[in-house]
Design a protein around this ligand. Sequence first.
Ligand code: ADP
Ligand code: MG
Length: 492
Amino acid sequence: MMESARRVAEKKDWIKGATGDWEIVLGLEVHAQVLARSKLFSGASAEFGGEPNDHVSLVDAAMPGMLPVINEFCVEQAVRTGLGLKAEIHKRSVFDRKNYFYPDLPQGYQISQYKQPVVGEGSVHVDVDGRSVEVGIERLHLEQDAGKSLHDQHPNMSFVDLNRSGCALMEIVSKPDMRSADEAKAYVTKLRQIMRYLGTCDGNMEQGSLRADINVSVRRPGGEFGTRCEIKNVNSIRFMGQAIEYEARRQIGILEDGGKIDQETRLFDARKGETRSMRSKEEAHDYRYFPDPDLLPLELDEAWIGRIAASLPELPDEKIARFMKDYGLTAYDAQVLTSERASADFFEQVAKGRDGKMAANWVINELFGRLNKEGKSVDTTPVSAAQLGEIVDLIGEGTISGKIAKDVFEIAWTEGGSPKAIVEARGLRQVTDTGAIEKAVMEIIAANPDKVEQVKAKPSMLGWFVGQVMKGTGGKANPQAVSDLLKAKLGI
Ligand code: ADP
Ligand code: MG
């Protein structure tokens, strides 16, 4: 497979070996479970969990004579994902049988798409360390998941759980376009984010709804591709990084010793942080793919695809660009706010009709900071967008200072209530009455004649006076007014 046209490799990604620099080349095959109520070819529940073999129809158990019936919603989800990856949607695709024997595969074959997948070439944009990288998508196809063998339930028996058998998976194959573990991690994170926005996969890696097979090779920078190894089923982003780093170093070691890389499938052992051989290319299966005679080719209607395209939500890249333009946010803040659709929506409720930067600051630093600390999310936040908006208003109109606003936030978080009402009930209004501020200023000046002498020679001491006056007014004076008045009275 050819790499996409991409930026020239940058030296910082290269790995130093004993005999010179090396560059990692990575291509990923991501399996994403389709978010759907029922399975790809049966009406059984596709829900995670349940008692073993609770979600199994006669089709999933491959009882003789049972026939698969395509679930239109799963096809729609695959097309929606393809559109989100800016990919070509194939109006005609074909389901094939991939033949192999395994106890958790009662059909004796997996229904997949081989030569004619439902989605063709597309691309995903990722930002890594401020650099922008386009990762090419080769294809996306639909296939069935297998069941699960359970070996640890009994000392000398194995069991089979078919709950997952027949669940719809999307296999998303990238071009060999990534050049570092960080790029691969950013790519999977972005894929997951896009699918969550689209509502096509929940992206839950612990539950296995997103798994990645990682193809790793190394080469001299810009040279010919090397022979690759495929690391199977890595189920966390952190492990992905570890597996890639380990595998690249292993291959570099072999090549620098004058050896050759065997194309093979490897497993990552998370406990040891190593990859180890599972099977070589020679032992690889011949799956004898052929079109499944029980299923007609999938023919998609142009207008139907058009309706799905029209219903697509605004995706992360577009949202980031809009937030930067409409609210004047930095790229970093826009990225933080759009990491999930719910947090982006929350921010927009706060920012609507208000100062965007101030709203972003309050959502990111105060709210997200606090939510993280307490293991909560915007869906379970005790301070609503309306409450946070009120706080931003109170600061904006000069009713409270930023410092008092933090106290108001704290009260709203722990006790609830409208920030306006909190400010009134507790007398937290900022003192703008210059008479009251002046009185406090004169008191501090009178009580500290020595400091008054010092500040005239050392104006940086003004901060100390401001602090004293703020203390004297219970933090309610307007700091700017205090500073102005002090300067006037001290003659500096
Ligand atoms: P196969 O048909 O053997 O599965 P593919 O051509 O479909 O191989 O590629 C599978 C994956 O391997 C793709 O994600 C692709 O980007 C990646 N890949 C192909 N060649 C290399 C290579 N030399 N180094 C790293 N990844 C590669
Ligand atoms: Mg493949």
